[in-house]
Design a protein around this ligand. Structure first.
Ligand SMILES: NC(=O)c1ccc[n+]([C@@H]2O[C@H](COP(=O)([O-])OP(=O)(O)OC[C@H]3O[C@@H](n4cnc5c(N)ncnc54)[C@H](OP(=O)(O)O)[C@@H]3O)[C@@H](O)[C@H]2O)c1
Length: 281
């Protein structure tokens, strides 16, 4: 049993529903690994209660929280300060409570994506060739910002609903362009990175329907879906020899900045952590 003292450091995650979140298991691993006097708790917070729950953080002595669905966008308007990166992404996933009780919102999803991509494929270079991003939802926004910040010279955004792809491209810079869903196979020509940020390929969802014939053999294929870990897209990419990146590492890496700020130790992403989180419900 984990015995907490009266000085225990407290953090957690707000979501609605919250039962599916792997974050308590993830942070719990690091707390135990480092013998920290602290706890990371799941909070079921309804959307209409988000403002009140955030304002209660300093009152209860919590050091901060992660935010998951459906709170990430709403929190932008509810915190006292937003980092420039979170502002550009349009969503907050990490809240830090300052000394005076003020709330700072940041977004670590793009950081988690890039860190995992670089750790998995150290030879990937942002400027090696165009990147194709399939999807234009919340995760895609964070990934698009992270890829452009990393130095990608051309970003092709392919989304089923064209207005969403156009809106995302317009919110970025001239390196980003929207591509029609019907042109997605051709968009792979010359690309050196392909990212699936849609929910396609998840257990219970159809596979992403994308013929990889035009994709160069050296292009990295990255799928952020992690249930299952080996999606049909990754299996097809692996079969034709493309280097692949799975989705679980993004989740693990995005948690590091929050843990470091709340609990005072920079944790590592290790195979043992990965196995622990994957073995969870
Ligand atoms: N690995 C990680 O750490 C991590 C982090 C965040 C999210 N994710 C995963 O990423 C996925 C997307 O999350 P999100 O928050 O970005 O969701 P979201 O905002 O709801 O966006 C969903 C995206 O999937 C597309 N899509 C859904 N069904 C489709 C279909 N039948 N055909 C074509 N496109 C379809 C949507 O296209 P339309 O715009 O046309 O609807 C949209 O681009 C989820 O599976 C989530 O679990 C993983």
């Amino acid at each position: 049993m984990n015995a907490l003292s009266g000085q225990a450091r407290l953090a957690g995650v707000f979501g609605w529903p919250i039962g599916h979140s792997r974050s308590p298991r993830l942070h719990g691993f690091w707390l135990a690994e480092h013998g920290i006097d602290g706890a990371y708790l799941p909070f079921a917070v309804k959307p209409e209660n988000l403002a009140g729950a955030l304002r209660a953080l300093p009152l209860l002595g919590l050091r901060g929280v992660n935010l998951t669905l459906p709170h990430k966008e709403a929190a932008l308007a509810l915190v006292d300060r937003v980092t420039p990166e979170a502002r550009r992404i349009g969503a907050v996933n990490t809240i830090l409570v300052g000394e005076g009780g003020e709330l700072e919102g940041s977004n670590t999803d793009g950081y988690g994506f890039i860190e995992h991509l670089r750790a998995s494929q150290p030879r990937w270079r942002p400027a090696a060739g165009p990147a194709v991003l399939v999807g234009a939802g919340g995760a895609a926004r964070a990934i698009a910002v992270a890829l452009l910040d990393a130095g990608v010279t051309e970003l092709r955004i392919v989304n089923r609903s064209r207005p969403r792809a156009l809106a995302l491209a317009a919110a970025l810079d001239a390196r980003a362009q929207a591509v029609n869903w019907s042109d997605r196979v051709g968009a792979l020509a010359g690309a050196m990175l392909l990212v699936n940020s849609t929910s396609l390929g998840m257990t219970g969802q159809p596979a992403l329907d994308l013929d990889l014939t035009r994709l160069p053999a050296a292009a990295v294929v990255d799928d952020i879906v992690y249930v299952p870990l080996e999606t049909p897209l990754l299996a097809a990419a692996r079969a034709r020899g493309n280097p692949v990146v799975d989705g679980i590492g993004m989740l693990l890496h995005q948690a590091r900045p929050g843990f470091t700020a709340w609990f005072g130790i920079a944790p590592a992403v290790t195979p043992a952590l990965r196995d622990w989180v994957l073995a969870g419900p």
